[in-house]
Every structure is written in C-alpha cells, then in structure tokens.
Design a protein around this ligand. Structure first.
Ligand code: NAD
Length: 245
C-alpha cells in the first residue's frame, strides 16, 4: 500500500512511518506544516493518512476527493465548520474517521453505549480523560465520542454534555454527562467512563501505553478503505464491531 502521510514529523507521523516500513507498506509522500504534494505524488498514492492538525484536514480531504483517494483521518479537534467541510466529500471517496484507532477504545465505545442504555438515569455518567501536556485539544476526540455513545444509549440531547465544573454549580441534574480533561507528563491516553449509581459505581477504563496501537489501527483502516465504496466510516466498521464511534 502506498501512503500519502500528512503530519509526518509529529509523534503519530513517526509511528506510522516506522510501522508502515515494518509491514512492507510505503510512505510515498510525506507532508508536514506548509508543504504540498505534487500532482504526481497524489496520483501515485493508494490512500491518504492524516495525523496533523485540525486546520489542515479540510484542504487535504478536498485534494484527496479531487484525486479519488480514500482518506483515513486520525487528527482530532475539528470545529463544526471544518467537520461539515470534510463530510461534504463522503459521497466522493471513502473517509475513515475515528477519534481513536485502538481496538480497546473502540470496544469501550461499544460497551459504553450498551451500559448507558442498560442502566437507568439513576446511574450518572461522568468521563475523565488524561493525556500528555503537549496535547492541543480538550477534551480528547475520544472523550467526545464517549459522550456521543452515552447520548445514543440514553437518547439524550447533546445539551446533556457538561464540560468541567467550577464555582457554585448547584446539584447535578440526572440528565448530565460530566466531562473532565486532565493534562500532564507523558500520558499517552487514558479514558474512564463512570456510571455512579445508588449504592454502587461501575467504571469502564482504558489505558493506552504505546502510540503504536493507534498507528496499527490507522494502517488497518487504510488497508480496509482501499476496497470500500465512497462513504463515511469509523473504526467500528473496520473492526466490524457493529457500533458507532
Ligand atoms: P504532534 O503535534 O506530535 O504532530 C502533529 C504534526 O502535524 C506536527 O509535525 C506538525 O508540524 C504537523 N502539522 C501541524 N499543522 C500542519 C498543517 N497545517 N499541515 C500539515 N502538517 C501540520 O501531534 P500527534 O501527537 O502526532 O497527534 C496528531 C493528531 O492526531 C492530533 O490531532 C491528535 O489528537 C491526533 N491523534 C489521534 C489519534 C487517533 O487514534 N485518532 C491518536 C493519537 C493522536
């Protein structure tokens, strides 16, 4: 598989380069900040992989659509305008877009939705995530997907999400999802979903200890995307978990 990689000099970009080499794939074009690929480079690649910065993804997906190449988006932190500009291309090319490419986290998305649907509103969901101090966006893309999993499970409106608490917040309403982002050190990524109920508390916890899990997942998604018709896909589709995330 020939990969056009955006964000090559970043932590994830370097992981992708190493993993691709180890499994016999080739990064035929590697871009970073302010660089552009030639038309020949676009034509030569099979698939585009993006682990860069949210403001870079829209232009990249536009070019991928113009050259009919599937895209795997690893980058997180896109705003609403960027998100809709990216989604506009799903009718033209396959787009795999996951806030987290690890298998464990994708199982966590699935389990979180099931638990949210199974437990009554007396079990109050809270999400706590922790990442290294260099992370640019908060909460993490994964935490946002966990919010969506709970909203689906509970059939709550998006307004139920509450990002952080400070000051005289009053009593916690039953229909609320508290989301808390911790930052520090070199933490690769930790997510805990808490369902605090009457007399008991259930916690689902995932700890990533090595970035390679995301790289392996993204490369598996890239390989999978080669054979897909245009559309929007997630790692749930790649792993055939049957959920969303
Ligand atoms: P990083 O800061 O180490 O690397 C980002 C790279 O992108 C840098 O080399 C930077 O120069 C480059 N870049 C910045 N703006 C650019 C632009 N406009 N065009 C091209 N390149 C640009 O970050 P990282 O830890 O490698 O993470 C990259 C992204 O991937 C972040 O959004 C992060 O949240 C996300 N991420 C996603 C997953 C996942 O599984 N989906 C896992 C880890 C990280």
């Amino acid at each position: 598989m020939k990969i056009l990689l955006n964000g090559v000099r970043g932590r994830m970009g370097q992981v992708i380069v190493a993993l691709a080499e180890a499994q016999g794939d080739v990064v035929t074009s590697a871009l970073d900040q302010g660089e552009a690929a030639s038309a020949a480079a676009w034509q030569a690649c099979d698939v585009v992989v993006d682990f860069s910065s949210h403001e870079a993804t829209v232009a990249l997906v536009q070019l991928a659509a113009a050259h009919h190449k599937p895209v795997v988006i690893g980058t997180t932190g896109h705003d609403a305008a960027e998100t809709s500009a990216i989604l506009a291309h799903q009718a033209t090319i396959p787009i795999v877009w996951s806030g987290n490419y690890s298998i464990g986290v994708n199982l966590l998305f699935y389990l979180t939705e099931q638990v949210a649907a199974t437990l009554t509103n007396d079990y109050h969901p809270e999400i706590v995530e922790m990442h290294h101090r260099m992370k640019k966006d908060a909460p993490s893309g994964t935490a946002r997907h966990l919010v969506e999993a709970i909203l689906r499970g509970r059939q709550w409106p998006a307004t139920a999400a509450r990002y952080g608490r400070d000051g005289i917040t009053g009593e916690r309403p039953a229909e609320e999802i508290g989301v808390h982002a911790l930052r520090g050190g070199e933490v690769v990524g930790e997510h805990t979903v808490i369902f605090a109920g009457p007399g008991e508390r259930l916690e689902l916890k995932h700890q990533a200890t090595d970035r390679r899990i995301f790289g392996q997942g993204a490369l598996a998604a890239a390989q999978w995307a080669l054979g897909q018709p245009p559309g929007l896909y997630t790692m749930q589709d790649v792993l055939a978990l049957g959920g969303k995330g």
